[in-house]
Design a binder for this molecule. Structure first.
Ligand code: NKO
Length: 279
């Protein structure tokens, strides 16, 4: 059963001193670093005029730049207490892996059903209820509903949890599309982006569930809105749309199938925005 103890475990997410320190660390350290290694353009901040109180921000996930991009793009009044859902099996296995997401992004653990459950350790399902409790406390959430970074640039399916949370707590969803983040820093790349590639953060109008809408339906509507924001921006700046990434993946898969059949060797996905043979 859930082992979240309300005040002990959640107090730090609403702590004022932590919030001010986090904002300063983001504004003075991480934002300048990220804005230096990629050329960031933010669109649609006006769509958030008048938005107050808790919300769920939902974005496509393609790189480790994604959380810093969202924190750096949102107005300060909205990012102050923002807490980011981070994979428990990836970021919360040791204190040193948790330190960056917790200090900069107010991260809370999300279970993906992965990871080993050692005796005495938290089970892979022990953080259930945490996100809902934070929203109830008035803490806005940043959730990447794909649950994993894109390996190809295309967008994956959305888990309906973010939509379900917004419905159950009666808060709006802010749809956000991150364009160019995969090309800038794909998951297999160890270092920082090279050549200051362009990245766009497109923020949409807050979305409310319509009466009677169930989580899967709302989630699908949010996903379509993220795709729309992504592709409108991508077309405007001559960058690949999600469909183009999807087609490229399909082509690579079919050419890989024929290559594997003839050579027995496997290849990794290529980046349609990079010269072939580039690192
Ligand atoms: C300029 C470089 C700046 C680098 C900052 C690094 C900060 C990384 C912390 C981000 C924490 C946000 C959590 C994102 C949501 C999440 O946890 O997604 C899972 C993946 O992510 C890792 O799993 P996977 O994609 O499956 O390998």
């Amino acid at each position: 059963m859930a082992s979240v103890k309300p005040n002990k475990d959640r107090g730090r997410y609403t702590n004022d001193l932590s919030a001010v320190t986090r904002q300063a660390a983001n504004m003075l350290l991480l934002r300048p670093l990220v804005w230096r290694v990629v050329k960031v353009s933010v669109h649609g901040v006006d769509n958030l005029d008048g938005l107050d109180g808790a919300y769920v921000a939902v974005a496509n996930h393609s790189s480790h730049l994604d959380a810093p991009l969202v924190f750096g793009a949102l107005p300060k009044r909205l990012s102050k207490y923002l807490a980011t859902g981070a994979a428990a099996d990836y970021f919360f296995t040791t204190w040193w892996k948790a330190i960056t997401p917790v200090l900069f992004f107010n991260a809370f653990p999300v279970d993906r059903g992965k990871g080993k459950s050692k005796q005495g350790a938290r089970s892979p399902r022990s953080h259930r209820g945490m996100a809902g409790s934070l929203l109830t406390d008035g803490v806005p959430l940043l959730i990447f509903p794909e649950g994993t970074r894109s390996r190809t640039g295309a967008m994956g399916t959305f888990k309906p949890g973010a939509a379900a949370l917004a419905i159950s707590r009666g808060v709006p969803v802010i749809p956000i599309a991150l364009v160019g983040a995969w090309a800038a820093m794909p998951s297999e790349q160890a270092g920082l982006p090279k050549g200051r590639p362009p990245v766009h953060v497109a923020i949409g109008h807050p979305m409310d569930p319509v009466p009677g809408e169930i989580a899967h339906e709302f989630s699908e509507r949010i996903r379509r809105q993220v795709i729309e924001l992504h592709d409108q921006t991508a077309r405007a700046y001559g960058m690949p749309t999600l469909d183009e990434y999807g087609r490229h993946r399909a082509l690579s898969q079919s050419s890989e199938t024929s290559r594997t059949a003839s050579t027995g060797k496997k290849s990794t996905p290529t980046n349609p925005h990079r010269p072939s043979g580039g690192s």
